[in-house]
Write a protein that binds this ligand. Structure first.
Ligand code: EPZ
Length: 441
């Protein structure tokens, strides 16, 4: 297994381009199941999760057509008889659940393995099933698989409340919105997710001939149509990668220019950065607020901050670990509360190994700022926690070894190469070179 060896204490300086968004690209890819024509996505990041999704779509009869540009993916259904998303793919990538709605809407039948939990929480899909049943689907569980049928082969529009105890569901909204595009009549989704990735999916679907209004607001209205066509779409920039790179600049007291940065989707994060003494200044004309060029610098001494993670437009849970790493070095006590995935704190113990002072009380962590972090061997546990550990390693004194960076490869493309290009010292080595990965306690 791959491991990062990080030499800390190097300031980042230079410019980086923000890649296309993983969390937009995944639900965008499954939209290709809704038509028999080619769907082309541009600026698709080269990530493990994307490769897994393309593999899953291939098993569902939707093949990738080769294109000259590696970041451009064209997909076209050639066999609509395979509609089983098998456990061994779904268990590696829970976003596979987003194929359920499109398969059901287009083919009248879908069998998708029930995704399991993961290290950040249980990850139920009850809201997905509530929404699809409201559209008339007959859904049963059979041997760990969700088996869904549309009586008489077509879904019916409905008024659906999709809110849950933690607020809205992002992939649940994508699932139901996609399915409703081919239902008869009108669908209203109340308490829909407002994430920018949902807006990106709605934009592609409307390009394909769907009739969606209200995406980005808590109420989305979909007028069903009889068929959808192929289309082209440029994937929105990755706001979580952008926020991670902002933290990388700040934690190394660096000076970084970010291109293709979706600043308009990062207002909550930018507010916390400003409180902490991190300056994000927009450069250039600002023609497209979702594709800006901005410069990140910070005060010599970081200030403490407080934030609670919430559905968009609140502070994104996917930046919680990265901001915790940053605030371990603030001059004072910060308070972080996790409202989306209350167990999403596996990075706390690892950051503590590096000298961070973290006091967890349930879904809240008090971060007592320290003057320095000290490099140590640490274990990555999930995608964003591993990003937080890399950030801490870049700021720590000495060497940090981050084990199991395959977690990182799910959501960040060649992160070590890109950070080294602006001054970091990160080597990717095989565990064997270091005497093997530590086993579970
Ligand atoms: C998406 O996951 C993202 N993944 C996650 O990013 C992100 O953390 C999450 O949204 C929240 O923003 C992708 O887009 C591929 P949810 P999703 O359904 O849609 C509960 C990353 O690091 N819930 O919005 O699966 C759930 O337990 C990943 O890139 C139900 O109760 O998340 C959670 O508490 C991690 N029932 C809350 O809602 C359901 O049916 C939000 O989950 C569905 C969700």
């Amino acid at each position: 297994m791959d491991t990062f060896v990080i030499e800390g204490g190097r300031r980042l300086s230079g410019s980086l381009r923000v890649n296309g968004s993983k969390n937009a690209a995944l639900p965008l890819l499954v939209c290709s199941l809704l038509t028999d024509q080619p769907v082309t996505l541009k600026d698709v990041p080269d990530l493990a999760d994307i490769r897994n999704m393309v593999r899953l779509l291939g098993e569902l009869g939707c093949e990738r057509i080769t294109t000259p540009e590696p970041t451009t993916l064209t997909l076209k259904v050639h066999d609509a008889t395979q509609s089983h998303a098998r456990y061994d793919i779904v268990r590696t990538m829970r976003a596979s659940i987003s194929a359920l709605g499109p398969l059901l809407a287009r083919r009248g039948y879908a069998r998708v393995s029930m995704p399991g939990g993961c290290s950040i929480g249980e990850r139920p899909v009850d809201l997905h099933l509530r929404g699809l049943r409201a559209l008339g689907a007959d859904i049963t569980l059979n041997g760990g698989d969700i088996v869904a049928r549309a009586p008489r082969g077509r879904l019916q529009g409905a008024k659906i409340f999709l809110g849950g105890q933690f607020g809205s569901t992002v992939l649940g909204t994508a699932n139901v919105m996609s399915a409703a595009t081919l239902a008869t009549g009108t669908t209203i989704i109340e308490s829909a997710a407002c994430e920018p990735e949902i807006v990106d999916v709605a934009n592609l679907l409307n390009r394909m001939g769907a009739r969606i209004t209200g995406a980005g607001s808590p109420r989305i209205t979909i007028q069903g149509v009889d068929r959808l066509n192929g289309a082209e779409h440029v994937v929105m920039p990755d706001r979580i990668e952008a926020g991670t790179l902002m933290c990388a600049a700040a934690i190394t007291n660096g000076d970084l220019v970010l291109e293709n940065c979706p600043l308009d989707a990062l207002m909550a994060a930018r507010e916390v950065l400003s409180t902490a003494g991190v300056h994000v200044s927009e450069m250039g004309s600002g023609a497209d607020p979702m594709r800006t060029t901005c410069r990140v610098t910070c005060e010599r001494v970081l200030r403490p901050a407080e934030f609670t993670t919430q559905p968009h437009p609140g502070f994104p849970t996917d930046l919680q670990a990265q901001f915790m790493a940053l605030l371990t070095l603030a001059d004072g006590n910060s308070i972080i509360t996790e409202r989306v995935f209350p167990e999403r704190f596996l990075h706390v113990a690892e950051l503590s190994r590096m000298g961070a002072h973290l006091l967890r009380q349930g879904a809240t962590v008090v971060v007592q700022g320290v003057r320095k972090l000290v490099g140590a061997p640490v274990m990555a546990s999930d995608l964003r926690a591993s990003a937080g550990l890399v950030l801490a390693g870049m700021a720590a004194q000495g060497t940090t070894i981050v084990h199991r960076v395959y977690h990182l490869d799910r959501g960040y493309e060649k992160l070590e190469d890109r950070l080294c290009a602006v001054g970091a010292s990160i080597r990717r080595v095989d565990d064997k070179e270091l005497g093997g990965s530590p086993t579970e306690g």
